[in-house]
Design a protein around this ligand. Structure first.
Ligand code: FE
Length: 367
């Protein structure tokens, strides 16, 4: 599955057949105490996940969880927007137990829309810093960040110096006319970055900056972050914006073509002398109408465990969200091992700015 796929996909076999059989089974069994206990034990072994994580390396996480708990995982993959739309449409009938999203603003949107069931989990509260989870209410915490990724600037070393592009603001410099490659402005990764810029610059300057980005584009936005990186190496543009894990994936690739791409690139963690580099999170939550809430909590706790956190770092090149996890990933170490200055804009703000940012994008023609 590519990072641009937005359609729904079933990975757990006969998902709906299994669901409707369970409904039938529940009607038959619900009439007796024995039936109820049998049903409970059947539910004990299943977990339904809606995931916006589009990383093949995650398969190891699911199989490891099933191996250690005996709980079978059914998964539906879609992008963040597709998952949220599906949850709204399904309402109380939704079979979803766990929701995994890859953007802070989307997590907040879903929380605000009441799509999550707040939980109390000392294991998660101990592992995940308060800055990387939802604000707790009396009911509990609605979502937990599980990994982080930085949005960095990648440039062609033969054409530019690091100082030409060491801030997000400089991407709008007229010196870079016709040289910038970026994915769609409406993609969650960019909406969150632009929402953070709105905090730093204010709305008027942000719109001027976005217009300057459009003016500097080498081509209309298309593809994912990796496509922008490849276009920089190929000379179609000199500079692009990418999440760190796409870059790290190329840095760790054994393919000669990928090594050639990486050899041409310089990487900048932007705004180190000012507001810091934009950081986003991927996170998880229990679905509001979860039918297997205990399994859902168990799965989220598993994702915050050292072995799963290590997998985020080594399997998908993300920085762990949990405290005290040692990084073994050579590409992440080469990028400074997470020692860069990151911005301090609260993730809740990124979500609140999204509508205003989308309106600006429409006004300046940033597709
Ligand atoms: Fe991604």
């Amino acid at each position: 599955m590519t990072e641009n796929d937005s359609h729904l996909r079933y990975t757990g076999g006969m998902f709906f057949t299994a669901t409707s059989s369970r409904k039938l089974l529940s009607r038959i069994l619900a009439s007796s105490a024995l039936g109820l206990s049998l049903l409970a034990s059947a539910q004990d072994r299943v977990l339904n996940i809606y995931s916006a994580r589009h990383y093949p390396s995650d398969e190891a996480l699911y199989s490891d969880f099933t191996r250690s708990t005996g709980i079978k995982v059914h998964r539906i993959d879609a992008d963040d927007a597709g998952i949220l739309a599906r949850l709204r449409a399904e309402g109380t009938a939704s079979p979803a137990d766990v929701i995994l999203l890859v953007d802070a603003a989307r997590l907040l949107r879903a929380e605000a829309d009441g799509l999550f069931k707040p939980i109390k989990s000392p294991a998660l509260e101990n592992a995940i810093p308060a800055t990387l989870r939802a604000k707790a209410s009396a009911e509990g915490t609605a979502w937990f960040g599980l990994s982080t990724r930085a949005r960095v600037i990648v440039y062609n070393k033969a054409r530019l110096q690091a100082t030409d592009v060491d801030t997000y603001e400089k991407l709008g410099d007229s010196k870079l006319r016709g040289q910038l490659c970026m994915r769609s402005g409406s993609h969650p990764y960019n909406l969150s970055l632009f929402g953070a810029m709105m905090e730093h610059l204010g709305p008027q300057k942000t719109q001027v900056w976005l217009k300057a980005l459009v003016d500097n584009m080498a081509r209309s936005p298309k593809g994912g972050d990796t496509d922008q990186i490849r276009a920089v190496a190929a000379g179609e543009c000199t500079v692009a914006v990418s999440n760190t894990y796409y870059l790290a994936r190329l840095m760790r690739s054994e393919q000669a073509a990928d090594k050639a791409v990486v050899g041409k690139l310089g990487v900048v963690f932007p705004n180190q002398a000012s507001t810091g580099t934009h950081v986003n999170i991927a996170g998880g939550a229990v679905a509001r109408h979860a039918k297997n809430p205990d399994n859902a909590i168990r799965f989220l706790e598993y994702l915050a465990s050292p072995s799963a956190q290590n997998h985020f770092a080594n399997g998908n090149n993300e920085w762990p969200a949990a405290r005290g996890v040692t990084l073994e990933n050579p590409a992440l170490k080469a990028m400074g091992g997470g020692s860069f200055k990151s911005e301090t804009v609260p993730v809740s703000t990124l979500g609140m700015n999204q509508v205003a940012v989308q309106q600006m994008l429409d006004r300046v023609g940033f597709r």
